[in-house]
Write a protein that binds this ligand. Structure first.
Ligand code: NAD
Length: 469
């Protein structure tokens, strides 16, 4: 649907910087239309009257249709985001389908309790949907992070507005088509495209929206909390990170080298949980960094649509410039550049390509060790004993994830308890499952996505008291 003003914005292909599509630029009046549709669908439409089993079947059908169209959807995601088609087709889109299937199963299992509190009364709870949910999504995993919000929201019986990032709106629009084909009633899922500061903010302030599920930068999360206060919006926030990945001397070094590169370079480093601070024990430092550099140098940026490519294009020119500025800052701060550190050329493409970059001898106070770069830049730091590593790993306002590599089981579990982060990976990195809750400690946000834990945020409890006397 066009915006009432007729305005549009362009979404670009990061591999070529050419225009992919023109998208409706919604403003507040358009948002009102979407909220009215979502409210009507929640308050009086067929959706809340449907059985939970039928809701579950529709979610499952969405997963089936998504997999039938997986080639097309994956291509859209890679064109819009610059991620390799290998990642979109083999990882993102199948995971989105799994998430819809996982929550399809939950639709019939969302229950209240009977509470035998006193003899003279029958007391029980109903677990009910919160109402109209607005999902505000970033550009790094456009459809995947949309599904983290939309699937549990729909399973619980809510209606939804999606606000995709203006960098990557295409797959959210595709999801709306799929939802319609799967039989989701009108008004249950609505996509509103436009600028975050305008339309995202308007969603946060809108009295007709009951809940905001946001993923994005920590500073945007702070603005959302403030703006949501006036309507006491229910808010969950998945924010930034500067996650530590700790390699102890007793680790399987080859596995840890693989894990360190996957940790920072998967998704071009545009991953909230990226292992961007690599702590390496002094005893193995030189050998480890040598292996790390050799492996990094083999990772060559390529055309995202080439099935052989494992490292794509940075999402936008401004994001590329930000990454390059941080690389310059790292050099100025005196860190040692040991791999990458400059733009890359991919034949025939005028895209946002940069080489995977590793800095060694990074000091904890340097900006590249403290600030989220959100790109393929790894800061390597050295440590001498486990306590020092944990203390340094925790010395950040963020707390999204942490990784550690060791063969010592007790040391691994001790570290898992001591690290202040929402997800701990032991002898692996960047692994996700629909059943496992994901979210932040400290300024990486609050609330949890995925798993049963997410359903808490899309439902509310009602206590019912029946007098029996
Ligand atoms: P961003 O905060 O700029 O934007 C995220 C979304 O919010 C977009 O849809 C944007 O249009 C919208 N938005 C922007 N300003 C807004 C405002 N004032 N009010 C309401 N909505 C607004 O983030 P980004 O650059 O798209 O994404 C990168 C960030 O997301 C990184 O910090 C990264 O760590 C974080 N992230 C976190 C997770 C997680 O699960 N914790 C996952 C992925 C990304």
């Amino acid at each position: 649907m066009d915006a009432r003003s007729g305005r549009t914005f362009e979404t670009l292909n990061p591999a070529t910087n050419k225009v992919l599509a023109r998208i409706a630029e919604a403003e507040e009046a358009d948002l009102d239309t979407a909220v009215t549709a979502a409210r009507a669908a929640f308050d009086g439409g067929p959706w809340p009257k449907m059985t939970a089993a039928e809701r579950g079947r529709i979610l499952w059908r969405m997963a089936d249709l998504l997999m039938q169209k997986a080639d097309e959807v994956a291509r859209l995601e890679s064109l819009d985001n610059g991620k390799p088609i290998f990642e979109s087709r083999q990882v993102d889109i199948p995971l989105v389908a799994e998430i819809f299937q996982y929550y399809a199963g939950w639709a019939t299992k969302i229950t209240g309790d009977t509470l035998p509190a006193r003899a003279g009364a029958f007391t029980y709870t109903l677990r009910e949907p919160v109402g109209v949910v607005a999902a505000i999504v970033p550009w790094n995993f456009p459809l995947l992070l949309t599904s983290w919000k939309v699937a549990p929201a729909l399973a619980a019986g809510n209606t939804v507005l999606i606000k995709p990032s203006s960098n990557t709106p295409l797959t959210a629009l595709k999801l709306a088509e799929i939802a319609q084909e799967a039989g989701l009633p009108d008004g249950v899922l609505n996509v509103v495209t436009g600028r975050g500061s305008v339309i995202g903010m308007a969603m946060v302030k809108h009295a007709g929206v009951d809940k905001i599920a946001f993923t994005g930068e920590t500073k945007t999360g702070m603005e959302i909390m403030k703006a949501g206060a006036e309507t006491l919006k229910k808010i969950t926030l998945e924010l930034g990170g500067k996650s530590p990945n700790i390699v102890f001397a007793d680790a399987d070094l080859d596995a840890a080298v693989r894990g360190a590169t996957v940790g920072i370079f998967y998704g071009k480093g545009e991953v909230c949980a990226a292992g961007s601070r690599l702590f390496v024990e002094k005893k193995i430092h030189d050998e480890f960094v040598q292996k790390l550099v050799a492996r990094t140098k083999k990772m060559v940026p390529g055309d995202p649509l080439d099935p052989k490519t494992r490292f794509g294009a940075i999402v936008s020119r401004p994001q590329l410039e930000k990454v390059l500025r941080y690389i310059a800052t790292g050099k100025e701060e005196g860190a040692q550049l040991v791999a990458g550190g400059e733009r890359a050329q991919v034949e025939g493409l005028d895209g946002n390509f940069v080489l995977p970059t590793v800095f060694d001898h990074v000091q904890p106070g340097m900006r590249i060790a403290r600030e989220e770069i959100f790109g393929p830049v790894l800061s390597t730091l050295e440590f001498s004993d486990p306590e020092e590593a944990i203390a340094q790993a925790n010395a950040t306002p963020y707390g999204l994830a942490a990784g550690l590599w060791t063969r010592d089981v007790a040391k691994a579990h001790r570290a898992a308890r001591a690290l202040k982060a929402g997800t701990i990976w032991i002898n692996t990195y960047n692994r996700y499952d629909p059943a496992l809750p994901f979210g932040g400690y400290k300024q990486s946000g609050y609330g949890r996505e995925l798993g049963a834990a997410a359903l808490e945020h899309y439902t509310q409890l009602k206590s019912v008291w029946v007098d029996l006397e």
